[in-house]
Structures are given as C-alpha cells and as structure tokens.
Design a protein around this ligand. Structure first.
Ligand SMILES: Cc1ncc(COP(=O)(O)O)c(C=O)c1O
Length: 348
C-alpha cells in the first residue's frame, strides 16, 4: 500500500549539486555560503541583517539572550505551539506566561494576551502558526518587545509586508520539513544592529577577549548551500502549497465544511492545513490503516505540560484539529486519496 507521509522535504538535483560543490571546495564549516544565505534571507524579509544558527530553538535562545532576558523575567507565548518555545524560555531561566489562541486562526489571542501581561513580562514570542500571520500589528502596539517566530511562516505577508519584519527580532527554522530546509538550521533576523551584534557574539565561542558563556550554534556551509537553493525556490514552493490548499478549500466548500479562516490582510503560505473533526482519534487511527499520515498539528498544548487550565480555545484546537498532508511534492492523486478518505470525518 502506498504511504502518504504527513510531510517531506522537496529536494532535487539543484540542492544535490550545491551541497556536492561545497564538499569539493573543502570549506565545510561556517564560511562564505553561510554569509550568502544570511544576506539573501535578510534581503527577502527586508531587514538590516540575519544570522544563521543551528536550529530554530537556538535562534530563540539567542534572541532571548540578546534582549537580556533572564531569571525572574516573564516571556509570553501561546499555549498551542511546540515545546521549543518553552525550552528556549527555560534556557534563560525566565518564566513562561501562556496565553490562549484565537479559535478561528490558531494564533495567539491578543485580548487574552493583553489581560495576562504583567510588569515582569519582558518579551512576547509570536509564532505565525501554520503559515498564517498572527495579529502582529496589534501585538507590537502592546509595547512589549516582540520575537516573531517565523518557523512556519517564511514567505507569508501581513498587509503586504513579510512576516519577520515586524518584531524587535525574528527567528526562522530550516528543519527538514519546514518551508525551506537545511536538515536542521535556523536564523535570527533584526533591524537592530546592537541585537545582531549580540547574537553574533553569542553564536560562537572562539577568539574572544573574555570567557563569558557563549555557544556553538553555527550553521555549516554545507547546510547553507542547501538552504540557498531552497530560498531561491521559495516562490515556487509557496505557489504549490497554495494550489494544494485551494484543492482542499474547494472540497471542504463542496462538503459544506468550514474552510480554515483567512483574514483579508494576511497571505498564508499554508505550512499546515488544519481541519476540525469531533472524531480526531478515529481519523488518526483510520489514516494509519489507510497509509495516510494525519497528525495533531500540536502534539500537546503547553498548558498540559505545565499542568494549568484556562485555555479553552487551545484545548478545543487540541481536541478537534487535524493536520492534513500539505507540501510541494504532494501529488494530485495523493490529494484525491486524502479527500475521499477524510470526507466522512469532516465537521459540518
Ligand atoms: C513555531 C515553531 N517555533 C520554533 C520551532 C523550533 O525549530 P527547530 O526545530 O528548528 O529547533 C518550531 C519547530 O518545529 C516551530 O514550529
């Protein structure tokens, strides 16, 4: 039986050639390829600079350190997101302050966030979930430094402006199945040269005047060459994601099932396509039997890990949200198989 994975990277000869050329060059660690990749990403987002690191989690860690966030400070974040954010906050000994999500968009709920902020809240991490921009203008207007988490949103726009240009800092992930990939990898971007200098200093440990705690969070030239080819393909990768989302939208409309919310001023890149079903466990199990990998879009909401309550929208998203396979190499016949399989489970 053919198996449709939940996600997979889109790689062809161009990536293989680029990585092979770096292997032949003898310069494998951070060098000219990394610099090129950093400059290309910064130009695409429209920010002063970007620094490549070894993962999105490392990017979050260094962004928090650059903002001088430490013991006793609070960092706000939504509950419906992966634990990478929680890990980064704990790495600097700060306290996570969870907010609920908007039930329609799965993004952090600005009103709920505003209610929960305290004098100790020193930053907000705002992930643009599943490729759809969050209420980023309203959140920036709250006056707390914002780390935009673009791990799932590279190429999306809010009022025509790329996500990653709004926050004090922005982070990206290039994990194997992200929008573009380097296997593992990440980037920190900012318009603030002081913050960029701080991130650069913390990213590498050698040849420093003092022995302050620093890290080895560098990306390799091998990875950057791969990332560079992927970044050049970004428009085509996003176009295919949007075409797939349109097929899903049209089908849901025909079935009178709700299509994912899409506020007018936001251009999603459909990193994920989430449907709602009251029979989530059944759908996941049936998918396994049929060779179709549906997933919970978030394995477990963060308030479950922290043992707290008071996040009803996050809870509902966890109980009913199912992520359908959506990635550029997904074929039309695979989409057809998914649609006919998922139909009985749709909420109307
Ligand atoms: C929203 C978000 N932020 C951060 C990360 C962490 O990225 P990485 O896996 O590269 O450490 C992820 C990874 O899945 C993510 O989805």
């Amino acid at each position: 039986m053919p198996v449709i994975p939940h996600s997979r990277p889109t790689i062809d000869h161009a990536e293989i050639d680029a990585v092979t050329a770096v292997l032949k060059s003898g310069q494998l660690a951070q060098g000219g390829q990394v610099l090129r990749f950093e400059q290309a990403l910064a130009a695409r987002i429209g920010v002063r600079g970007a620094l490549a690191v070894s993962s999105g989690t490392a990017a979050l860690h260094l962004a928090l350190l650059a903002l001088k966030i430490g013991e006793g400070d609070e960092v706000a974040l939504p509950s419906f997101v992966c634990p990478a954010l929680l890990n980064a906050i704990r790495s600097v000994r700060a306290v996570p302050l969870l907010a609920d999500i908007d039930p329609m968009t799965f993004n952090i709920d600005v009103q709920d966030l505003r209610r929960r902020l305290t004098a100790k809240t020193k930053a907000v991490i705002v992930p643009h979930m599943f490729g759809l921009p969050a209420d980023i203008r309203e959140i920036v207007a709250l006056g707390v430094p914002v780390i935009e988490d673009c791990a799932q949103s590279l190429g999306s726009r809010y009022e025509g402006v790329p996500t990653g240009r709004f926050g004090t800092l922005a982070i990206f992930s290039f994990y194997a199945t992200k929008v573009i990939c380097t296997g593992e990898g990440g980037m920190v971007a900012s318009n603030d040269q002081r913050l960029l200098d701080a991130v650069r200093d913390l990213r590498e440990y050698d040849e420093k005047a003092d022995d302050r705690l620093r890290y080895n969070y560098k990306l390799t030239d091998l990875q950057a060459a791969l990332g560079m080819v992927q970044l050049e393909k970004l428009p085509a990768l996003i176009a295919r994601r949007r075409a797939l989302a349109k097929q899903y939208d049209d089908f849901l409309s025909r079935c009178a099932a709700p299509v994912p919310a899409r506020p007018a001023e936001r251009e999603s890149i459909f990193y994920r396509y989430i449907i709602r079903t009251e029979r989530l466990a059944e759908l996941l199990a049936a998918g396994e039997g049929a060779g179709i990998a549906y997933r919970r879009p978030v394995f477990k909401p963060l308030h479950h890990y922290l043992g707290t309550t008071g996040y009803p929208a996050s809870e509902a998203a966890f109980r009913t949200g199912a992520s359908l396979p959506i990635y550029p190499s997904l074929q039309d016949d695979e989409v057809a198989a998914i649609l006919s399989h998922v139909q009985p489970f749709l909420r109307r």
